[in-house]
Design a protein around this ligand. Structure first.
Ligand code: TYM
Length: 325
C-alpha cells in the first residue's frame, strides 16, 4: 500500500514559479511513489477579499496550470475543496480540540492580519484548522509544502494527536516534506514570492512579460553602477539562476559579476531566456487545456467524487468515536 500524500494550493491569484519550485515540482516528482491527492483550496481563498465573479475562472485556471505543470489526472486525484463538504465538517470538530493560543502563534495569521487590517475575519484565524482537516480527512501522512506552510503542518500534527488522545487513535501524524527550494524570494528581493504581491513570475507568463518583470527586478542593491563589482551571494536573481541556468552559465555569471565583467542587464537577459524556454512547454500545454474548460471541470468532478467517498468513511469513524451517532 502506498502512503497517502495530500497538498493544496489556493486559487487566490496566478500560480507562480515560487509555488512550482517550492511545492508543485516536488508533487510531480512524488506522484508514482505515493497515493496523491491535490486540492484547490477555495474555502481558504475566501478568507481575504476577492471578486466572486472571478473565482470560478481562478479555480479552473489553477487546475489547468497544475495539470500543465505535471499533475497527470490519471496518476493522482485533483479536486476542489468546497466540492467535499466533509472538510469543513471535520474542521468544526477539530476546532474543539485546538487551543486558541496555538492559533495566535501562527506567523501567517499575524502577517495576513497586518496585510489585511480592515478584514481580520475569524476564517483567517481558524485557517490552519481547516488546513489540518484537509489533510486528516484523508488520513494524509506526507504533506509536501514550501517553508511558509511548515508551522501549519506542525499544528496539524498537534491537532491530530490531541484528537487521538481524547477520542482514541484515529489519525496518523502528518509530516511536512520540503523541496530544495523551500522559500523563493519575490522580484522585489525583500519578501517571499507571493500571489498577493506584485513580485512574481507566473508559470504561464508571456516571454515579453517575463523580460519586463526581470528587467526591473531588484539585484545586489550595493551595486550602483555597471562598473561596480557585484555580489551574487546576496543577489536574488542569482538564486533563480540556480534553478533555470546550466552549471557553466552559473559559474560564468558568478565569476564575471564579481569582477564587473558583466552587468545586471546581461545577467537578467540570460535568466529571462532560460526561464522562458523552461516554461514554454508548460505554457503551451496550459493554452491547450484552457480551451476546453469542460474537460477540466470533468477532471475536478471525478476527483471530488473519489475524495467524497474517502472523506465520508473518515467522518463516520470520527463521529462514532465522538459518540455522535
Ligand atoms: P499557497 O496557495 O500559498 O501555496 C501553494 C504551495 O506553494 C508554496 N509556496 C512557496 N514555496 C516556495 N517559495 C515561495 N515563495 C512560495 N510561495 C508559496 C506553499 O508553501 C504551498 O506549499 N495554506 C496553503 C494551502 C493548503 C494546504 C492544505 C497545503 C490548504 N490546505 C493542506 C498543504 C496541506 C497555501 O496557502 O498554499
Amino acid at each position: 500500500m502506498k502512503k497517502r500524500l495530500f497538498s493544496g494550493i489556493q486559487p487566490s491569484g496566478e500560480v507562480h514559479i515560487g509555488n512550482y519550485l517550492g511545492a508543485i515540482k516536488n508533487w510531480v516528482g512524488m506522484i508514482d511513489q505515493y497515493d496523491c491527492i491535490f486540492c484547490i483550496v477555495d474555502y481558504h481563498a475566501i478568507t481575504i477579499e476577492y471578486d466572486p465573479k472571478e473565482m470560478q475562472n481562478r479555480i479552473i485556471k489553477a487546475a489547468a496550470v497544475n495539470i500543465a505543470a505535471g499533475l497527470d489526472p490519471d496518476k493522482c486525484t485533483l479536486f476542489v475543496q468546497s466540492h467535499v463538504p466533509e472538510h469543513t465538517e471535520l474542521a468544526w470538530i477539530l476546532n474543539s480540540v485546538t487551543p486558541v493560543g496555538h492559533l495566535e502563534r501562527m506567523t501567517q495569521f499575524k502577517d495576513k492580519a497586518k496585510q489585511h487590517r480592515d478584514n481580520i475575519n475569524t476564517g483567517l484565524f481558524t485557517y490552519p484548522v481547516l488546513q489540518a482537516a484537509d489533510i486528516l480527512v484523508y488520513k494524509g501522512e506526507a504533506v509536501p509544502v514550501g517553508e511558509d506552510q511548515v508551522q501549519h503542518i506542525e499544528l496539524a500534527r498537534e491537532i491530530a494527536r490531541k484528537f487521538n488522545q481524547r477520542y482514541g487513535e484515529t489519525f496518523p501524524d502528518p509530516q511536512e516534506i520540503l523541496s530544495n527550494a523551500p522559500r523563493i524570494m519575490g522580484l522585489d528581493g525583500k519578501t517571499k514570492m507571493s500571489k498577493s504581491r506584485d513580485n512574481y513570475i507566473s508559470l504561464v507568463e508571456s516571454p515579453e512579460s517575463i523580460w519586463k518583470k526581470l528587467s526591473t527586478a531588484v539585484t545586489d542593491e550595493n551595486r550602483k553602477r555597471r562598473t561596480d563589482p557585484g555580489n551574487p551571494d546576496i543577489c536574488n536573481l542569482f538564486a533563480l539562476h540556480k534553478f533555470y541556468s546550466g552549471s557553466e552559465q552559473i559559474e560564468r555569471i558568478n565569476r564575471a559579476c564579481r569582477i564587473a565583467e558583466i552587468g545586471c542587464i546581461e545577467c537578467k537577459k540570460t535568466l529571462s531566456e532560460n526561464i522562458v524556454s523552461d516554461l514554454a512547454p508548460m505554457r503551451e500545454k496550459y493554452e491547450q487545456l484552457i480551451k476546453d474548460k469542460n474537460f477540466i471541470i470533468d477532471i475536478l468532478h471525478k476527483g471530488a467524487k473519489k475524495c467524497k467517498s474517502m472523506a465520508e468513511t473518515t467522518m463516520s469513524e470520527v463521529k462514532k468515536r465522538m459518540g455522535l451517532v
